[in-house]
Write a protein that binds this ligand. Structure first.
Ligand code: SF4
Length: 213
């Protein structure tokens, strides 16, 4: 059964293509995984950012499984000492394949990311030869202003709640642009396409579901 592509999704895919980012629209996580799997070959290293979407779709579990021959650089093993976690994050920056979600995808073809430590956005910007961004269609917004509104006033407060941080946004659901020591939202990055020579290095897989925050 073919998937009907909503107008806002089609506009997003068209805009991404103009910016040398390949876009897909699929029905679920299993279909997304079929796009990713061919890259998970013997001798390949793969890493990922922390992502509720990757977990909800089963993609993270697949990476961490023995269902593929690639080597998963897993910084998320519970109880890792700080130094080992840092070492794995640095390895992730030079992995062959990197997976993440985005905090917003704009109809005019921009990808917006909020980060704390910066390793996720660093790997998306440069290093891995192939980057997959997996996102539910709920993350599509009109433009960059709408993206940062979404991130500041929805994604960040919800993330604060999820992390269990004692932050003002976790109390009332609004960002106060705080200087709290527990502030996790430190890096704000917009990817406005790729250079032509890096065409299709980044692929965005939009899923016809509500996923992530
Ligand atoms: S700046 Fe402070 S209040 Fe705003 S989202 Fe970040 S942690 Fe929450």
């Amino acid at each position: 059964m073919s998937l009907t592509i909503p107008e806002n999704v089609q506009r997003t895919l068209d805009s991404l293509a103009v910016k040398y980012i390949k876009g897909h629209y699929v029905e679920d996580g299993a279909a997304a995984l079929e796009i990713i799997k061919p890259y998970l070959q013997t001798g390949v290293t793969v890493a990922s950012g922390n992502s509720l979407t990757l977990r909800q779709t089963g993609i993270f579990d697949f990476l961490a499984s023995e269902g593929h021959p690639a080597q998963f650089v897993n910084q998320f093993v519970p109880g890792l000492p700080f130094e080992e976690n840092r070492r794995l994050k640095k390895l992730g920056l030079t992995s062959d394949v990197y997976l993440s979600s985005a905090n917003a995808v704009t109809e005019d073809g921009k990808l917006c990311f909020l980060d704390g430590g910066g390793n996720r956005v660093a790997a998306i910007l440069f290093g891995p030869e192939k980057v997959f961004i997996v996102a539910g269609q709920n993350k599509i917004v009109k433009n960059e202003k709408a993206a940062w509104d979404r991130i500041q006033h929805y994604v960040s407060p919800q993330t604060a709640v999820q992390l269990g941080r004692k932050l003002p946004c976790a109390e009332d659901g609004k960002c106060h642009n705080c200087d709290n020591p527990a502030r996790f939202c430190r890096d704000y990055v917009t990817v406005n396409g790729q250079l032509e020579r890096e065409k299709d290095r980044v692929e965005v897989i939009l899923i016809a579901q509500e996923l992530g925050i």
